[in-house]
Design a binder for this molecule. Structure first.
Ligand code: TYM
Length: 334
């Protein structure tokens, strides 16, 4: 608890262009629930270098992502929005937790398997221990709740196991976090292959809607979205393309899938796709405008980075010192 509130932690990688999946699966929920919690939202740049990055590009994207958090509606006076690399406690706790994690556990991680298949020429140890760093992120702030999309649930399960394992040896050191999934949008699928997750790294740019896409591009991508030959807007497992579009429309408008089925009863896919595209534009346009405006205010963003980095460091160090003492590191002489 911080200031009598439960603690929330989440983060995003500053690699590639953020997609509608990142927004509907994570960022949008962050904004919806942030008032109930003491929140930490990190731009997780340490995670990004498990895959080769261009340094200037990474720096630029990290700043854009931090600005986007604010543009989406997270007030940096109330929410701690910061760069992971500015808080050394993440890496320090990750090392300690590495020593409590079994190779077998990491071998089972599906994201590791996927990423090592994709980057076969660079299967580095960081990629392998990535979930431990993620556990450190969360446990460092004693987070009660972690809002994420479905693809992160396996990592969160490992985080819970590590917290319980550590607590089992040393007493109640870590809060055991719970995942938080939004009711809709927890897994947005590709517009071209709707049985696959919408992803930043998809080679087909029509498969993903990017947060910075302009109106024409968004509408075009929805027009081209892959559907089926049923000709009926129905929320069913057998129609993954339509189901995904219903999820997107539902997340953007707040309407339930049942309402949406009724709204489009007897109408063609063309109409439906247009409506989905328009609902996405209505959500992204204000976000893009606010982002452009904020990006111009260098001094303001710099201040957020500095103040929130210090705040994050304060809470991170508190947990880290406790953990260091528990495992037997010598006390600091002041
Ligand atoms: P990342 O950067 O891949 O994704 C950020 C968030 O977006 C969600 N997401 C999706 N949700 C729905 N549909 C999709 N198609 C979709 N694609 C992505 C992800 O689930 C995530 O919530 N390892 C994490 C970052 C991280 C983190 C953490 C998250 C590092 N430390 C601690 C929570 C807590 C990642 O790579 O997310």
């Amino acid at each position: 608890m911080i200031n009598d509130k439960k603690v929330l932690f989440s983060g995003m990688q500053a690699t590639g262009n953020l997609t509608l999946g990142n927004y509907l699966g994570a960022l949008k929920n962050w904004v919806n629930i942030c008032d109930e919690y003491e929140c930490f939202y990190s731009v997780v740049d340490l995670h990004s270098i498990t895959v080769r990055q261009d340094p200037a590009e990474l720096r630029k994207r990290a700043r854009q992502l931090l600005t986007l958090y604010i543009a989406a509606g997270l007030d940096p006076k109330k929410n701690c929005i910061y760069y992971q690399s500015h808080v050394s406690g993440h890496a320090e706790l990750a090392w300690i937790l590495n020593c409590f994690t079994y190779m077998g556990e990491l071998n089972r991680m599906t994201q590791f398997k996927d990423k090592s298949a994709k980057h076969a020429d660079n299967i580095n140890a960081g990629l392998f221990t990535y979930p431990v760093l993620m556990a450190a992120d969360i446990l460092l702030y004693q987070a009660d709740v972690v809002p994420v999309g479905k693809d992160q649930l396996q990592h969160l399960e490992l985080t819970r196991d590590l917290a319980q394992r550590f607590n089992g040896v040393y007493g109640d050191v870590f809060t055991v976090p719970e995942p938080y999934l939004g009711k809709v949008g927890a897994k947005i699928m590709s517009l071209q292959e709707p049985t696959k997750k919408m992803s930043k790294s998809d080679e087909n740019s029509n498969a993903s809607v990017y947060l910075m896409d302009d109106t024409d591009t968004i509408m075009r991508k929805f027009k081209r979205a892959v559907t089926d030959s049923e000709g009926c807007v129905r929320y069913s497992e057998e129609q993954p393309g339509i189901r995904n579009l219903i999820d997107i429309y539902s997340a953007c408008t707040g309407k339930t899938p049942q309402d949406i089925e009724k709204e489009f009863e007897g109408r063609g896919y063309g109409d439906f796709k247009m409506a989905v595209g328009e609902s996405v534009v209505a959500v992204l346009k204000p976000l893009q405008e606010r982002f452009e405006e904020l990006s111009k205010d260098k001094a303001y963003i710099d201040e957020v980075i500095k103040e929130n980095g210090e705040k994050a460091n304060y809470y991170a160090t508190k947990t880290l010192r406790k953990v260091q003492k528990k495992v037997g590191f010598p006390e600091r002489i002041r």
